[in-house]
Design a protein around this ligand. Sequence first.
Ligand code: GUN
Length: 321
Amino acid sequence: MQNQKPEMNNANRLEKANASPHAQVGPGRSAAHAAIIDGKAIASALCKDLKTRVDHFKARHGYAPGLAVILVGEDPASAIYVRRKGEQCRVVGMKTMEYRLHVETREETVLELIQRLNGDSAVHGILVQLPLPPHIGTRTVLAAIAPSKDVDGFHVTNAGWLAIGEPTLAPCTPWGCIRLLHTLNIPLRGERALVIGRSVIVGRPMAQLLLIEDCTVTIAHRYSENLADLCREADILVVAVGIPNLIRGDWIKPGAVVIDVGINRLQSADGTNGHRIVGDVAFDEAARVASAITPVPGGVGPMTIACLLENTLRAAEIAAS
Ligand code: GUN
């Protein structure tokens, strides 16, 4: 088959990524060092734009888009995410309602709350923070959310729209990854993309979104063989497995773009209570080979919340139209 897309090599990829104000090659870094994709700055610009759109929405309709967030239990990481979501909602001028339920709350109680929120016209988006305690059926709960308010994009109806290539409310983390790639003008058509991880939250929808971008997509998972060889073929590598530093530098194709979705908490080696957050990719090694790479933290994470707010605004706009 004849290859009609313009050839991207390591040098012009790096040039392109570095041309963006959101990708930085820091002081003292060699020319062979990847551009660091500044997800925090890109998310912040997106939120600024959202605030303007929310202001217009409020002026036009007389009310703010509203997001209801449900947290069952006290998982510390989930509690932090929920708090951040609420804070960012307020920053862009949206209304937020938080429902913090006891870890032993019965499934029926969660379903009743969702039914009530489905019928509440002040609520445009409903998010149930995952994971749920084991006695609550995740599928059952997600299926109870009205698809038009499913700002996580996890309902089978929205997953189905995405699967046929017509996303409505797309899952926030993969949508955030695509927004990063678009912001940096990274060419996607015809590129080989490898997604490692097949979760409903990230891997599967990520693959669908890359397919919509005309990438040649491969999905790898725990049973995939020769993972390193699959990686070496990828122009775009998205990793979402939750295994610290799984992907080594010599697995990366020179000039590839690396999106690290992993957020792993590593205990400090000095025996104190300290910890540090690392991704699924061995960052320093990969940055010597890739043309652009997301850091952890400060890469994909901030984009997830920005895209959640964008989905909430979109849900409110559709409801109002
Ligand atoms: N837990 C981890 N990521 C997510 C997410 O994107 N949405 C929800 N609801 N829970 C999560």
